[in-house]
Design a protein around this ligand. Structure first.
Ligand code: SF4
Length: 382
């Protein structure tokens, strides 16, 4: 038995070394690497959608530590000890969609809805600028109020007021023409999590009106138009398996996103997934390290969801190879209403408090928040 475990550990370490050298693995190799970290290694097809959560057993410790060490070294080479900050502005919690995992889904009648005015959004940016933010992320549900005209006007105003800043949009699925208009208006980046690269899994997380193919079409359009594009997924989402995670990693390898947002799934009490268990810090950090080795240049956030399930979660994310944090710049009056999942942290603090809290957290582990746009390396080089 011990011999068998030793052999598996040896194989895992050789996969980590291969990933570090070649930035690519086969699907089967990703399955072996991920399977090593979860309690249920590579389920057979009958068990395809059985839950997979991280193992916290000691046998995985050495491989996880080696992986994190290599990921931190890769990140160090490209970004040093710098941590980029993004000012997150949650512009609306109104959404036409009904994703099963989301706290602001259309069917949640207990959600108190709000929409920020253009003036309020611009004020958030001005506050953020004074605090050293040079990227603003406008995030919201799919709210028809935010037409191309409204969003383009907003982008124009932000760029006029703060020409040295980047504007990132996270406004869901739109037509190619819409993405093009917003890009022409000056938007720099777009975040759209793919959620899962497995079509059958996607259909278990979303109602029939939503389409996996359309999500993928959006991501391709964004890339072709010229945005710095971010995809991503939840770790430990219902029905996720070693296989679906491996498909996510292969997709990330081939799609080559500029940004990749992964955080643990955290259930929300007013959704069909209320009773599901949350993802784990261990597996999220392990996957952050793998993604850093796949794309050493990628902008990789240590998410608020990670900080929600573990008080030291964001520090652990950075120590696994992440290099971005996203403090909240939304007005405190609406923070609690943008509750994508239960017990989301940082809903009571003013923007300045969030900014300083994160700065101190990063300093405590030897990293430094910097005042910079924080573009992906390829974009800066070009
Ligand atoms: S995940 Fe996004 S698209 Fe889905 S319901 Fe929530 S806000 Fe809307």
């Amino acid at each position: 038995m011990e011999m068998e475990e030793e052999r598996t550990e040896k194989r895992t370490i050789s996969l980590i070394e291969k990933l570090e050298a070649q930035h690519s693995l086969t699907l089967a190799e990703y399955e072996a690497l991920v399977g090593y970290m979860v309690e249920r290694p590579v389920p057979d097809s009958a068990e395809r959608f059985l839950e997979c959560k991280a193992s916290t057993g000691r046998r995985t410790d050495r491989a996880a530590a080696l992986l994190a060490e290599k990921a931190v070294a890769a990140r160090q080479q490209v970004y040093g000890k710098d941590v980029y900050i993004r000012g997150l502005i949650e512009i609306s919690n109104i959404c036409k969609n009904d994703c099963y995992y989301c706290g602001i889904r259309r069917s949640n009648r207990s959600c108190e809805r709000y929409r920020l005015s253009e003036q309020e959004i611009l004020e958030c940016c001005a506050t953020g600028y004074a605090l050293g933010f040079r990227t603003f992320v406008l995030q919201g549900g799919e709210d028809a109020h935010f037409s191309d005209e409204v969003v383009c006007r907003l982008i124009g105003q932000i760029k006029k007021n703060h020409p040295d800043c980047a504007v990132t949009l996270s406004l869901g699925e739109r037509s190619r023409e819409s993405y093009q208009r917003m890009y022409d208006a000056g938007a720099d980046r777009y975040l759209l999590r793919h959620e899962t690269a497995d079509k059958a899994h996607y259909e278990k997380l979303h109602p029939p009106q939503m389409s996996f193919d359309n999500r993928m079409r959006c991501l391709r359009d964004l890339k072709e138009i010229g945005y710095q594009v971010g995809c991503g997924f939840m770790v430990g989402s219902p029905y996720q398996t070693v296989q679906t995670i491996s498909e996510d990693l292969k997709f990330i390898e081939e799609f080559r996103p500029d940004m990749c947002g992964i955080g643990p799934f955290v259930p929300h009490q007013a959704t069909p997934f209320a009773k599901e268990s949350a993802g784990t810090v261990e597996l999220t950090c392990y996957l952050l390290s793998i993604i850093r080795l796949i794309h050493p240049n990628v902008l990789l956030p240590s998410t608020t969801a990670l900080g929600t399930i573990d008080p030291q979660g964001r520090e652990k994310g950075i120590l696994s190879g992440a290099n971005v944090v996203m403090p909240n710049l939304s007005p405190v009056s609406v923070r609690k209403k943008y509750e994508l999942y239960d017990n989301k942290i940082c809903t009571g603090e003013e923007s300045a408090q969030c900014r300083h809290c994160l700065e101190q957290r990063m300093e405590s582990i030897g990293y430094h928040v910097v005042t910079a746009r924080g573009d992906v390396k390829e974009w800066r080089d070009s």
